[in-house]
Design a protein around this ligand. Structure first.
Ligand code: T5A
Length: 216
């Protein structure tokens, strides 16, 4: 039985997900909760190994379907090793990307059939489903500029190196998913400074999950 709460942060490159995962986790800890901060692809030793294969571009020649299989393999290990045990222990899990990223990058943009993604989700995530998903939204040019600034000197990864049309489609697909599942998802304007975004997220978490608000 899952007794904890599962919060995911989603959105395109450089929308500030990692920053806000840290901020939200710190806020919830300050309120007295035990919080597990994690990310995808990765989050467990096995999944971090698959992350390297995916983000290096080594799997790109095999196409979006093969990449979807690898994201699912990483997810299965991450859920089994980290997410499910934490939820069963009654903790709050805050995860940087999860199922919606696969639906957007491999599904909506990569055109992997939804029946295959349904099957992969059922196998990899099973009953580990987010209680709340925060979709961080910024225009792609702002997100890519932030990602480039953060990774100065490093090569753009497999997905960052795609063009403006691709990242525009990613943004539209995240907004469409949020629109289709309003009970689970909340869109957050992530253009303002990180402090403001963190306060907005704390308010949403308080309203949607009944976790007390306060200064994040
Ligand atoms: N992927 C992933 C799939 O295709 N399918 C899947 O199933 C999954 C799970 C992961 C890639 O894998 C793909 C999607 C991705 O392309 P990643 O390295 O984990 O790649 O990269 P991202 O998740 O895109 O993370 P980024 O690090 O690029 O962006 P974040 O986490 O959104 O942004 P963050 O917090 O690192 O911030 C970036 C910079 O902006 C600044 C930060 O200080 C930092 O310098 N910043 C702000 N600046 C101004 N105002 C704000 N509000 C700011 N917030 C942060």
């Amino acid at each position: 039985m899952m007794r904890g709460l599962f919060i995911t942060l989603e959105g395109g490159e450089g929308t500030g997900k990692s920053t806000q995962v840290r901020r939200l986790a710190a806020h919830l800890r300050a309120l007295g909760h035990t919080v597990v901060e994690t990310r995808e692809p990765g989050g467990s030793p096995g999944a971090e190994a698959v992350r390297h294969v995916l983000l290096s571009g080594a799997a790109e020649p095999f196409g979006p379907q093969a990449e979807a299989l690898l994201f699912a393999a990483a997810r299965a290990d991450h859920v089994d090793a980290v997410i499910r045990p934490a939820l069963e222990a009654g903790h709050i899990v805050v995860c940087d990307r999860f199922l919606d990223s696969t639906r957007v990058y491999q599904g909506a943009v990569g055109r992997v059939p939804s029946a295959l993604l349904d099957a992969l989700e059922a196998t990899a995530a099973a009953d580990a489903r987010p209680d709340l998903t925060l979709v961080l939204d910024v225009p792609p040019e702002i997100g890519l500029a932030r990602a480039a600034e953060r990774g100065k000197g490093a090569l753009a990864d497999r997905f960052e190196k795609e063009g403006a049309t691709y990242h525009g489609a990613v943004r539209a697909a995240f907004l469409a998913r949020a629109g289709a599942e309003p009970a689970r998802c909340a869109v957050v304007d992530a253009v303002p400074p990180a402090d403001e975004v963190a306060q907005h997220i704390a308010r949403i978490v308080a309203e949607r999950l009944g976790i007390a608000a306060g200064a994040p």
